[in-house]
Design a protein around this ligand. Sequence first.
Ligand code: FMN
Length: 327
Amino acid sequence: MNSFGRLFRISIFGESHGKSVGISIDGCPSGISLCAEDFLPDLSRRKSGAAGTTPRVEKDLPIILSGVFNNKTTGAPLTIIFENQNTKSNDYLNLYDTPRPGHADFVAARKFKGFADYTGGGHFSGRITLGLVAAGVVAKKIIGDIRINSEIKELGGRTDFEQVVQEAVNNHDSIGGIIEVKATGLPIGLGEPFFDSVEAVISHLIFSIPAIKAIEFGSGFAAAKMKGSEHNDNFIAKDGKTETNNAAGINGGITNGNDIVFRIAVKPTSSIGKVQHTMNMNTNEMTDLEVVGRHDACIALRVPVVAEAVTAIALADLSLIYKGIHK
Ligand SMILES: Cc1cc2nc3c(=O)[nH]c(=O)nc-3n(C[C@H](O)[C@H](O)[C@H](O)COP(=O)(O)O)c2cc1C
């Protein structure tokens, strides 16, 4: 459904052109300092406006509806919403009948029997990731000394980012990208051996970000071509530090004290200004579609802060589980 987490439990809601989008967090410990301003730095990193991102610019001001009293979390469910103020729903009228190839229009129409809000992508919009970023801000306060950073490694398979983005915009096309996320300052012991391995929990949340196609931890797919003598991370200190980090800081699903490192692949935006083939679900005929409206030509430009946020959410949940069981 639309909730995730064992102790730090998030429920996500909203539609792109509805009244608001947001997140509700249950299981947030009490006494954490929190006010609306705390969210602004990360929210501004997710904002559009730069070349290759959607011209739809929203204020994205967080409204804390519940769970905070005198600037401290109360321990009751914490709900944060963001109003949608800049919507142009008419741009989406034709998508009710003619779904965008590569987007969720077709599956949403079929699964929800024509009742899904399709304007602006509805509940499938990248705008819903605002709630993830907000929960990430709270999660970062729970994980203490753990620091999470991300870096765009490639866009459209290249490293001349401005140029490759501009080419996509000029060609009315879109591009994907690769983002690397690193978490440092980890304790030994977060994560469980099987279903709640660190890789599983992070991956589960990473794939909640729309448009993610792949994730690889440490050596990733290259591990299949390496020998054990190359792949093993030799210990260099009794605190468990290793010479290399092919394991990405995780053995047996559990953090080993080295950095968690993973890379994710973001697909090229499906809404492009080129003619594509689709169907008319009303007449049952095949037809052409030219997508209008405001879209990100390169979603990967906006994903780094979202990827950091979901990593923080995963580590916050695993930290609370660790404290609950082992301390
Ligand atoms: C930050 C962000 C912004 C996005 N912007 C757009 C967009 O402008 N146009 C679009 O078609 N898809 C956009 N997407 C991707 C769609 O939400 C996504 O492709 C769609 O929900 C289908 O999901 P899937 O790609 O995971 O299959 C964006 C995703 C994110 C994370």
